[in-house]
Write a protein of this length. Structure first.
Length: 341
């Protein structure tokens, strides 16, 4: 089933609900780039039929207490996973609260963002965890019809339990390319040399699952003028990746590496600077980065996997299946870009 809004999804889950408990916390200070804020934006800003209450790890007991008194609420859970032993230690408490809420008759909506955790750790445990959550959830939310058979097979969830609501769009403030590059580089006191060259951009939290080193190796083998921008904070536990990128930077001046958190007001300049946004995920179901690049009308090169397959007829998106495909697509696009300059 497909719906056009969260309100429609919640009416299907529990028509009596007036309060939506959301896990994890919504980042209200990032109104243009935070997935959760953009997903709930209409409900938050209109203050209509629903009251949105974000819940922290330590506040899970709140939705359990609410279930003791009435049923006019929904628990909407996102990213039920852990990255390290510290996060794992909190999981029994989370699962206990979810189980009690379910036992007391509470309504659960679970959004599936990934089929496996990005860092590929504790895969069997995560699979068991997600199969358990799939049974407890009244509705499983996915972002595309394409995801339904994948999620159903992976977690043993009946397709009839799934509801499709598309990924929220990102608001875009597009600037002229040259001025955007000058402005963005000035934020970090970086050289403005060669800003007329084509720019390939890899952005967002930097982690090995994004296939960054593999993509850099392929890109640097292309014998054409370009700049490769790698921009974003290094994810926790990814020090090895940071060192690998730094080593490559020392040997090739075509790389512009800015391993820093990018404030929201600088994203318009970052995205406007790119000719091509490159994604090389090793595994992915849904990509917020691709959605943002599409909002900024950038040319996109991404793998043929997950719901990215939906974009195969989009003229601005080129999908690849092998490293050779990636090389050929980028060489073709860079040839065209250098021909224009």
């Amino acid at each position: 089933m497909e719906v056009l809004s969260l309100s429609d999804l919640y009416k299907k889950a529990n028509n009596k609900a007036r309060t939506i408990f959301v896990v994890p916390l919504i980042r209200y200070n990032l109104k243009k780039t935070d997935y959760l804020y953009l997903l709930y934006q209409d409900l938050i800003e209109t203050k209509g039929n629903y009251s949105v209450k974000p819940i922290s790890v330590f506040s899970h007991f709140r939705f359990v207490i609410a279930a003791l008194f009435n049923k006019d609420h929904i628990l909407h859970y996102h990213w039920l996973e852990f990255q390290d032993l510290r996060a794992l230690s909190a999981m029994p408490y989370k699962l206990l609260c979810i189980a009690l809420y379910h036992l007391l008759g509470g309504t659960i909506v679970w959004t599936v963002h990934n089929l496996t955790p990005h860092d590929r750790r504790y895969l069997n445990l995560h699979k068991r965890l997600h199969r358990w959550m799939g049974k407890k959830a009244d509705i499983v939310h996915v972002h595309s019809v394409t995801a339904i058979p994948m999620v159903s097979e992976k977690f043993g969830i009946e397709p009839s339990k799934m509801v499709v609501l598309k990924h929220p769009d990102f608001p875009a403030e597009i600037h002229s390319t040259t001025k955007a590059r000058e402005r963005f580089l000035s934020f970090f006191n970086r050289s403005k040399e060669d800003i007329q060259l084509p720019v390939l951009l890899m952005f967002g939290q930097l982690s090995a699952y994004k296939g960054i080193i593999e993509a850099i190796t392929i890109i640097l083998s292309i014998d054409l003028p370009f700049k490769l921008w790698i921009v974003g904070p290094i994810k926790k536990g990814q020090d090895k990746l940071h060192k690998q990128i730094m080593d490559l930077c020392y040997n090739d001046e075509r790389i512009v590496y800015i391993p820093k958190f990018i404030p929201e007001d600088r994203y318009p300049y970052l995205l406007s600077s790119a000719d091509i946004c490159v994604f090389n995920y090793r595994s992915i179901l849904t990509s917020g980065g691709v959605m943002m690049a599409r909002s900024y009308q950038r040319d996109i090169v991404a793998p043929y996997m997950g719901i990215l397959k939906d974009y195969q007829t989009d003229s601005s998106v080129s999908l690849f299946e092998t490293d050779e495909d990636l090389y050929n697509i980028l060489q073709h696009k860079l040839t065209q870009l250098n021909g224009k300059s």
